[in-house]
Design a protein around this ligand. Structure first.
Ligand SMILES: Cc1cc2nc3c(=O)[nH]c(=O)nc-3n(C[C@H](O)[C@H](O)[C@H](O)COP(=O)(O)O)c2cc1C
Length: 363
């Protein structure tokens, strides 16, 4: 139904208009229990239970929604009903900000890709907090934190720490976004010199919050696919040294692989979807080599089939996320991927997906 009827209608609209229309609809549906029941029976109920226990969190399945789709936490109820194993909400910035001028989101249907330069359009933490506090959730929630465009890069840590403090009670985990290509100088924070300071601040703040609330919330750091291969081992060591729990690989890329004859390739911003798949997979492998299981890897970038999902797990990912694949294939993709992973588990004879993945990695 999605690819036959809904997608052609949505794709007649400009990419961001279609996005806003869908979010409005999902947000309204979230307040109507018959609509939620319908969404759940059409989609969520088709997704098999495939639990994974990671970072002390029980995920009903390993496939999450990647950050950027629900930046202000407006659609938690409806998105959970679709059957995602978890939702990563945000990126939220401390103060509200408009992001970059429009147009800033472009579909490349032939490549099943998207280019965006949204620039952290965000209602700010206050709006995010109001939305999340009044929502019903049925899956774990990650909160993806960013910095305001007006905050100098030298003070970026203040913005992330502020997000951590204000949203601590609402997150099952946090994601620290230092990899968006659309906020000036942000990706400098990935350099080994800056990263240590930032992670030190986050780790100290989390220690305080853990004591205050008697609850330790895991922190994941989201990295770009454009980092040099040579710097991956250094980044991995810093993450471990500063007690981070996970790394999300990857954000969008500023490269344009396979887009030689595509006029939209010249639009500035980050590329996601199938053209990103190969590089995101490579980064996952490199991180897995460097980390050797010491912290969790969350794989994102170009996953659009069950086989992509399985290959990403074999490469080292413990959890997965989709964004562009969801735009092109809609809610049925969630069940398709989770069913495919469940089949791999059954074939392996293992009782959990995690055991099946470990067994397959050894072969
Ligand atoms: C329109 C759009 C907006 C995005 N906004 C964010 C964001 O605010 N924060 C973030 O960490 N990642 C953001 N991303 C990146 C995705 O979370 C994901 O890492 C990336 O798209 C790769 O996954 P995919 O190939 O499945 O889309 C955005 C992606 C798209 C397409």
């Amino acid at each position: 139904m999605y690819e036959q009827f809904i997608r052609p209608l949505l794709f007649r609209l400009d990419a961001e208009e279609a996005h806003e229309f869908t979010l409005d609809w999902l947000s309204r549906a979230g307040h109507l229990s018959p609509a939620i029941s319908l969404i759940r029976s059409l989609y969520g109920k088709q997704v098999p239970e495939l639990p994974v226990e990671i970072m002390g969190i029980r995920f009903p399945n390993p496939l999450g929604l990647a950050a950027g789709l629900d930046k202000d936490a407006r659609c938690i109820h409806a998105l959970s009903a679709l059957g995602f194993g978890y939702l990563e909400l945000g990126t939220v910035t401390p103060e509200s900000q408009p992001g970059n001028p429009k147009p800033r989101m472009f579909r490349l249907p032939r490549q099943e890709a998207i280019i965006n330069r949204m620039g952290f359009n965000s209602g700010g933490i206050k709006v995010f907090l109001d939305n999340i506090a009044s929502s019903t959730k049925s899956a774990p929630i990650g909160i993806n934190l960013g910095k305001n465009a007006t905050t100098p890069i030298e003070q970026a840590a203040d913005d992330y720490v502020s997000g951590l403090k204000q949203l601590y009670l609402y997150a099952d985990y946090f994601a620290i976004n230092i990899s968006s290509p659309n906020t000036k100088n942000l990706r400098e924070l990935q350099s080994v010199a800056s990263l240590g300071n930032l992670l030190g601040r986050l780790s100290n703040q989390r220690k305080e919050l853990t004591e205050t609330f008697n609850r330790r919330v895991p922190i994941a750091v989201k990295i770009a696919p454009d980092v040099d291969n040579d710097s991956i081992a250094g980044i991995a060591e810093l993450l471990v040294e500063h007690d981070m729990d996970a790394v999300i690989a990857t954000n969008t890329t500023i490269a344009r692989p396979g887009l030689e004859h595509e006029p939209l390739a010249e639009e500035g911003g980050g590329l996601s979807g199938i053209p990103l798949k190969e590089r995101a997979l490579e980064i996952t492998k490199l991180l897995y080599q460097a980390l050797d299981g010491r912290i969790v890897i969350i794989g994102a970038g170009g996953i659009s089939t069950a086989e992509d999902a399985w290959q990403r797990m074999l490469a080292g990912a413990d959890l997965l996320q989709i964004y562009s694949g969801f735009v092109y294939h809609g809610p049925p993709l969630i069940a398709e991927i989770v069913k495919g992973l469940e089949e791999k588990r059954t074939e392996s004879g293992c009782s959990t997906l995690q055991e099946a993945v470990q067994q397959a990695r050894r072969i």
